[in-house]
Ligand binder design. Structure first.
Ligand SMILES: NC(=O)c1ccc[n+]([C@@H]2O[C@H](COP(=O)([O-])OP(=O)(O)OC[C@H]3O[C@@H](n4cnc5c(N)ncnc54)[C@H](O)[C@@H]3O)[C@@H](O)[C@H]2O)c1
Length: 306
């Protein structure tokens, strides 16, 4: 079975490629390396069943890579921090790019298109806990463009393409970008292990549903055979504020914290209902302490080598 993973050199894409290869799939990884890193794919490169192509999903040459593909995992995206600087790019990649991937998937009669979406499509929560039926009122350029992507997926589902949409929430774990564009846990662990200040944007009361990357990978693989035509909150259901996370890390490490301006488009409260994904896709979400410990070990070892 042949899988095509877009955004393969990114955080989630690279973890997904590695697990697919471990499970015996042939994997074509696609990434333009605008945010992803080749070193994220070091483990994958050891498999003869893995082929990497540095190509933009908007380039027409990508069509040749779809020949003989059974499953498409669409992870490539222009992310929130980038889009605040370039919203047109966001719409182009997350909207038009997704449309192109769907057209190619349809043309090549693939078995399933599994789409990475985001909790940002809900915007600021109105009804808690937030189920998949929560109103969709994105409040960032990123959220609007990802919602456009979702709507294209829904359209192609109606036209006969088999799809599943997974809405991710605050994914964390090994290989996440720890630059200012990355995820909060990765950024803070880098600051702690390099002895620099930890910055909190806003008052720190933002509630997050941190979800371990292994669980997101498991959900993608489960969606290959289940959840046809469905949308799922792919969230651990954990409720942690940023201030609580700081307190947890302070129990182990000494570091300074500085409050900074709130981030534009940041959503304050996520309280996510994950009953549907647990029931249909059988996902056992990792508890926060276990996932955080594994992530700490990864960044500690990364920065002990610097
Ligand atoms: N990480 C999270 O917490 C989170 C939360 C919600 C949704 N998501 C979604 O999950 C997916 C993966 O996110 P991630 O955290 O791994 O991000 P990431 O930035 O690490 O990975 C995205 C990858 O896509 C690549 N890419 C971007 N534009 C491209 C293009 N035009 N052509 C080819 N490749 C391109 C980047 O180089 C990068 O490697 C995205 O669709 C994102 O919207 C992530």
């Amino acid at each position: 079975m042949k899988c095509l993973v877009t955004g393969a050199a990114g955080f989630i894409g690279s973890n997904l490629c590695e697990e697919l290869l471990k499970q015996g799939y042939e994997v074509i990884g696609v990434d333009n390396l605008s945010a992803g890193k080749l070193q994220n794919l070091n483990a994958c490169m050891k498999y003869p069943e893995f082929k990497f192509h540095q190509i933009d999903i908007l380039y027409k040459e990508i069509k040749d890579l779809f020949v003989g593909v059974d499953y498409v995992f669409h992870e490539a995206a222009s992310k929130k921090t980038i889009c605040l600087r370039n919203p047109q790019m966001d719409l182009l990649i997350n909207g038009a790019g997704t449309l192109m991937m769907l057209q190619l998937a349809m043309k090549n009669n693939i078995k399933k298109f599994i789409h990475a979406s985001t909790g940002s499509v809900y915007g600021e929560g109105q009804i808690f806990p937030q189920t998949e039926d929560h109103p969709l009122n994105p409040c960032s350029y990123y959220g609007v463009s990802k919602l456009a992507g979702e709507k294209y997926v829904a359209l192609f589902q109606k036209m006969g393409l088999n799809t599943t949409i997974l809405r991710y929430f605050h994914v964390y774990g090994a290989k996440q970008d720890d630059s200012y564009k990355g995820g909060v846990i990765a950024i803070w662990l880098k600051a702690i292990f390099t002895g620099t200040t930890v910055f909190i944007h806003g008052n720190g009361d933002q509630m997050r549903s941190f979800t371990y990357v292994k669980d997101v990978v498991d959900a993608n693989i489960a969606a290959m055979t289940k959840g046809d035509g469905e949308i799922y909150n792919c969230a651990s259901g954990i409720k942690v504020t940023l201030n609580e996370l700081i307190a947890k890390l302070k129990l182990r490490y000494k570091f300074s914290v500085t409050k900074d301006d709130p981030m534009e488009g940041d959503i304050y409260k996520f309280e996510i209902d994950n009953n549907k994904i647990i029931k249909d896709l059988n996902i056992n979400f990792t508890d926060f302490n276990t996932g955080l410990d594994a992530t700490i070990r990864y960044y500690q070892s990364l920065y002990s080598k610097v």
